[in-house]
Design a protein around this ligand. Structure first.
Ligand code: BJ8
Length: 423
């Protein structure tokens, strides 16, 4: 038995079933990523991480657990990473983006549930994802109805903690979110036995901000006329950022950005001149969901930004780094984690619409694609307002709905192709 198989079996995974995933993933990765021309050399690190995504990082997490550290798994970018980090725990993202896990989720959830939720529960119940075996605690949130009910089901099999996210952004809601963050701090202190101090929280805020700064530095290259890195590669890096050690990730992204600086000096672009520029908006794209990026960029268009949780929403806004008491720093966290994330779970959510228009201008998009995961009612309903506002702003827009299967790939190619043609 090789090292990975031994580890997977030790953490109670269904190794035979998981092998089926291992058989298809490298091929998919090769087709989507390695086939691209003129990739930056420093994508090597990210290729390596994703090439052994269920091996390298899980092994690190298990090593840290042996030293007594706890691992916390999260599903939403409203849940502040800074809190576990300040308690010397490790955070890992858990949202799942493969059809492989969906049938397992459908055993415990209605078919008419979004694929992200189905895949996440399938990954746990089918025992086919190491991150879902390793996490000592799963942190859910009350964003959409599907997730709220899914946490109850997941809670039958895994230790859950729920954060109650307000759905408005009034003064009272900020106070409520501060209270929720304080409860989360108490939970982490109890779980780890480590006290969160002013210093440890401040240090954690700086660590996560540095990751955000690196990711934003990377995204800034996409505003240029000659874009030195593909949208696919930036998506991959963002997806990896949810799993990797935050300090190492920031270092590797900054090294890549140094290479991109050189590319800019030399006028290198990964796209042909005149490639149409697309901004994506909508539901998140969890690893390994590369479907839409692959379709769009295979047609020669450029994805220059994602107004998504797996995109600019993840890195654009920093937490205020002014040192202070725990109360003051929690205020800074609440401001950033409630105020600057425009999930469709909020009402009203007009800031998202303003953001899409702003980003379309900043990243010089020729058009916007509003992407909805099937059965996500929140984003689907909001799509009407998004599309109307973009039309009023004179920005071409197209809405598409899809899932994790490839069944609609041909139809999507036709529709997206016609949209790009029209730009
Ligand atoms: S802040 S987008 S990460 S909740 S796609 S599960 S909303 S039915 S993922 Fe999300 Fe946080 Fe919002 Fe972002 Fe429900 Fe829709 Fe599925 Fe969704």
């Amino acid at each position: 038995m090789d090292k990975n198989h031994e580890m997977w079996s030790n953490i109670g995974m269904d190794v035979d079933k998981h092998d089926m995933l291992c058989e298809v993933l490298p091929g998919a990765f090769g087709d989507v990523f390695l086939s691209q021309e003129n990739r930056p050399e420093r994508m090597d690190y990210f290729n390596m991480v994703v090439g052994d995504i269920h091996g390298i990082r899980p092994a690190e997490l298990i090593e840290e657990q042996k030293k007594g550290r706890k691992v916390v798994g999260t599903f939403c970018i409203h849940v502040p990473d800074e809190v576990p980090i300040a308690a010397n725990a490790i955070v890992t993202g858990l949202c799942s983006g493969s059809q492989f896990w969906v049938p397992g989720g459908e055993k415990v959830l209605p078919t008419a549930t979004c694929p992200l939720i189905k895949a996440s529960l399938g990954a746990r119940f089918d025992k086919t994802c190491p991150f879902f075996r390793i996490a000592d605690m799963f942190v859910g949130e009350t964003t959409c109805d599907g997730k709220k009910k899914a946490w109850e089901i997941l809670g039958e099999d895994a230790p859950m903690y729920i954060m109650d996210i307000p759905q408005l952004k009034t003064e009272d809601d900020f106070l409520k979110w501060e209270k929720e963050i304080k409860k989360y701090i108490a939970k982490l202190e109890e779980m780890t036995g480590n006290k969160i101090t002013e210093e440890s929280l401040h240090n954690a805020i700086k660590i996560v901000n540095n990751k955000r700064k690196a990711l934003q530095r990377l995204n800034n290259f996409r505003k240029l006329d000659k874009v030195p890195i593909s949208g696919k590669d930036v998506l991959l890096i963002t997806q990896i950022a949810f799993f990797d050690d935050p300090e190492r990730l920031a270092t590797m992204v900054n090294k890549l950005c140094d290479e991109l600086d050189e590319r800019v000096k030399n006028g290198v672009s990964v796209y042909k001149e005149g490639a149409k520029r697309i901004l994506l908006t909508g539901t998140p794209l969890s690893i390994p969901n590369w479907k839409i990026h692959h379709i769009i960029e295979s047609m020669g268009a450029a994805i220059v930004g994602e107004e998504m949780c797996t995109g600019l929403r993840y890195c654009e806004h920093l937490v205020d780094e002014t040192p202070g008491t725990i109360d003051e720093q929690v205020k800074h966290l609440a401001k950033r984690y409630l105020g600057s994330i425009n999930c469709a779970c909020f009402t009203p959510n007009d800031d998202r619409i303003d953001d899409i228009i702003r980003l379309a201008k900043e990243y010089k998009a020729d058009g916007v694609i509003d992407l909805n995961l099937k059965f996500c009612t929140l984003y689907d309903l909001e799509g009407r307002k998004v599309e109307r506002a973009l039309k009023e702003a004179g920005i071409p827009v197209m809405g598409i709905e899809t899932d994790y299967t490839d069944e609609d790939a041909e139809q999507l190619k036709t529709r997206i192709g016609a949209f790009i043609e029209m730009l």
